[in-house]
Write a protein that binds this ligand. Structure first.
Ligand code: PEP
Ligand code: MG
Length: 777
């Protein structure tokens, strides 16, 4: 074995290869292991953190055959302070300080990247500090001390002779820096409070991907939802006294929840209220409270008893895959936490400790916990768990708080005080964004607020194009909460009420009375505006936990929507019965989803007719009118249009599904999200055909796919001949603004020219057109 020892410093003996031996990989690995063992040994030894750091730099200098090894630690105000050195003058320790970005050490911190220079002094950023005596060292290699993407310091080695450091050496130094990071993060070198303040420019921006639970954009400092309560005593001294404490605490918790229920009333009606009510029922759940009482009786303190039941619940939670049950178990977690807080007097952060506006970061969260925070100025929410139907997401919607869920390791990677951007539109979270990005986002948020205010002023302005084409703008809705937007947006009615959405958050399928009451509330909220109810579109991505459904390879094309309705006619009939009852004296507009053939429409219609007859026989007040429509989502209908249009009162195109089936392209697959463009020749051809046939048959046509809410796409739809668009509430303003700046006939002529181009997409032509003709997109 050849030993390459360039410069044998004290402490390195022959036969003990230095870690810098570059062409002897076995020896190199052994040397690294030995070094790491030594460093671990140092870390495990007693003594102050400063002493351990002093030892570390000594050992590193020796093992890496460097004359100097220095550790700089980040202090408040973005300053790197020399904390330990082997080789530089000892009097420089705790005196030499460099700002982030200043000198080579400052550059390493600012870029959070290693740097190796054979002639450091020749570098333009070299900052000479006379107290260090470093003028005699020519080469320098430094690495950032990183933890969770944050720069906590810089570790440097220097050599007298100019030398090229190898990549291996840089890697070794980076590994050592991880150990130094542990020491710094322990909070023994620099007070943790100061460390929290010393973040900012030197911390790396990190982007985390999650899923969109509630749209919107927010920026602010992070507050970590820290529900843990420390249990100080496990075994009770006086069982009777513990029982008394538990009773009092349960009473106090229930009072607090009652107050939350009152708060939620202030939010107006909606599913969030039902959720909070359910939560209140849980708080009085005899089974849960009984198990805790039992545990107290067995000799545990009240806190420990709650913990015991909580642990049991948790272990059950691990096994549950059913999303609804998981959600219920989270509610219990949330309650257990509250109870422990009441018992221990420990609360999770007071208003005084929190910033005025903030982003809340949590592993998971119950709806009531969110309501607690919502009193304060929570701007956005990041969750490691969560699904769109999670109760916490629904409550967040009531507050218009952007939420990104399923963000892996969010609570580990985000620290209290970190600046965080929550991008609910794209389901991403940006931690410690660069100052310019932060400013951009803040400007975007401000511009949005201004734009929203502007859209509000358009509420009563008609949606008419410059050349006099009137467009009816309707809302897509699914929750009672959405209906409040009818008034704020000035939409003419609801073009698509997705009746399955409210069911996603319920424990069991509602009976006819429940459904009737719900639809009545929908009618009341809509005042006299028309509402098109779509019968249940369950299946696909909308799974009802209480409806047994075998796993399917391809659920979007599986047993869903009208297919379930016709196979389980009792279910569809109950829904139609409820709709007929709720619509007494009003207009009933009902449409069936995922119809693929006329026979399906006829079968659905027969069920409706039976229910109409039943309602008459039972003496229910009749609807003023009944109109039946179909969603055009399955391409097979395109070849049955003449026969179909004869049998229906209106047709709605649902491009979310229609496009996925036309292009054979899963609408939920993020890899395919931009694969095909709706603004392309095949889609334009489909629209032209459907419009022509509807005109010929005199059948009203509307569009309720998401594309209708996108101004450039809506622009094309109108030019092609659509006169009714149903969109999400936030799209009404932008689409109306576009409409009022559009000359529909001129664009129609342009579309005649470009509509058949075999390009992948017509979008860039249309964007250019909008730009040239001042169409507000
Ligand atoms: C559609 O498919 O375009 C549609 C509106 O229905 P959903 O998005 O509910 O499937
Ligand atoms: Mg659909």
């Amino acid at each position: 074995m050849t030993e390459i020892i360039i410069n044998l410093p004290p402490g390195v003996t022959p036969g003990n290869p230095p870690v810098t031996a570059p062409d002897n990989s076995d020896g190199h690995v052994t040397a690294i292991r030995r070094l790491l063992r030594r460093l671990r040994g140092i870390m495990a030894r007693s003594g102050s953190a400063q002493e351990r750091l002093d030892r570390i730099v000594r050992v590193v200098a020796a093992e890496m055959v460097a004359e100097v090894c220095s550790a700089y630690v980040m202090r408040a105000g973005e300053v790197l302070e020399l904390f330990a050195t082997e080789g530089l003058r000892p009097e420089a320790v705790h005196r030499t300080r460099l700002r982030v970005g200043e000198g080579l050490v400052g550059i390493i911190a600012a870029n959070a990247r290693p740097l190796a220079l054979a002639d450091a002094q020749a570098h333009p950023d070299f900052a000479y500090r006379p107290e260090t005596g470093e003028e005699i060292y020519h080469s320098l290699m430094g690495v950032p001390v990183l933890r969770g993407g944050r720069v906590l310091g810089v570790l440097v080695v220097q050599n007298r002779t100019p030398r090229q450091y190898t990549e291996d050496e840089s890697e070794v130094l980076q590994t050592i820096a991880m150990i130094v990071a542990e020491l710094v993060a322990s909070g023994e070198l620099v007070n943790p409070l100061e460390m929290a303040q010393s973040r900012g420019g030197a911390s790396l921006p990190v982007r985390l991907d999650g899923i969109r639970l509630n749209p919107g954009l927010a920026v602010g400092p992070a507050v970590l939802h820290e529900p843990k309560v420390v249990i100080r005593q496990v075994v009770a001294e006086d069982v009777a006294a513990e029982q008394e404490r538990l009773r009092d605490a349960v009473g106090a918790m229930q009072d607090a929840i009652d107050r939350l229920v009152d708060t939620s009333r202030g939010l107006g009606p909606g599913e969030h209220r039902d959720i909070i009510e359910t939560y209140r029922m849980f708080a009085a759940d005899r089974g849960w409270l009984g198990r805790i009482t039992e545990a107290v009786r067995s000799g545990l303190t009240a806190e420990a008893a709650v913990q015991k039941v909580r642990d049991e619940t948790k272990s059950r939670m691990m096994q549950v895959t059913d999303p609804y049950l998981r959600e219920r178990l989270y509610d219990l977690e949330d309650l257990a936490n509250r109870l422990q807080q009441v018992l221990s007097g420990q609360t999770s952060g007071t208003a005084a400790e929190m910033p005025a506006e903030f982003i809340l970061v949590a592993h998971a969260m119950g709806p009531a916990e969110l309501l607690d925070y919502a009193h304060r100025r929570i701007k956005g929410l990041v969750l490691e768990e969560g699904s769109p139907t999670a109760h916490v997401a629904i409550v967040a919607r009531a507050f218009d708080i952007p939420v990104v869920g399923r963000v892996a390791e969010a609570t580990r990677l985000i620290e209290a005080g970190d600046m965080v951007i929550v991008d609910g539109e794209h389901g991403t979270v940006l931690i410690r964004p660069r100052a310019d990005i932060q400013q951009n986002v803040a400007a975007t948020v401000a511009a949005r607020t201004r734009r929203r205010a502007f859209y509000k002023t358009l509420r009563d302005t008609p949606a008419v194009t410059r050349d006099g084409v009137e467009v009816k703008l309707l809302l897509n809705a699914g929750l009672l909460l959405d209906l409040a937007q009818l008034r704020t947006t000035g939409a003419a009615g609801v073009g698509l009420f997705r009746t399955e959405i409210p069911l996603l958050t319920r424990h069991a399928f509602p009976d006819v009375a429940d459904q009737t009451a719900f639809y009545r509330r929908v009618y009341e909220q809509a005042e006299d505006r028309p509402i098109v109810f779509r019968t249940l579109d369950i299946g696909g991505d909308k799974v009802l936990p209480y409806l047994a459904n075998a796993a399917e390879d391809n659920p979007a094309m599986g047993w869903r929507a009208i297919r379930i309705g016709l196979d389980r006619p009792a279910m569809l009939r109950q829904q139609l019965r409820a709709l007929l009852r709720a619509a007494g004296g009003r207009d009933l507009l009902v449409k069936f989803p995922m119809i693929a053939e006329i026979a399906e429409l006829e079968a659905a219609r027969r069920l409706l007719d039976k229910e109409i007859a039943r309602a008459a026989a039972e003496g229910h007040q009749k609807p003023r009118s009944i109109k039946v429509g179909v969603m055009l989502e399955v391409p097979s209908l395109l070849w049955q249009l003449p026969a179909l249009l004869k049998r229906i009162d209106f047709l709605s195109i649902g491009t979310n599904d229609l496009a996925q089936f036309l292009f054979a392209c899963d609408r939920g697959n993020p890899r395919l999200a931009e694969r095909y463009d709706l603004l392309s020749a095949p889609m334009v051809a489909v629209f032209r055909e459907v419009i022509a046939q509807c005109r010929a048959a005199g059948t009203p046509l509307s569009m309720c796919g998401e594309m209708a809410g996108n101004p450039i796409e809506a622009m094309v739809l109108i030019a092609l001949g659509f006169r009714t668009l149903s969109v999400t509430a936030t799209a009404v303003g932008p689409v109306k603004t576009m409409i009022r700046s559009l000359d529909a006939a001129a664009l129609a002529r342009y579309l005649d020219e470009i509509g058949d181009r075999p390009d992948h997409s017509l979008r860039r032509w249309l964007e250019a057109y909008a730009c040239d003709h001042a169409v507000a997109l």
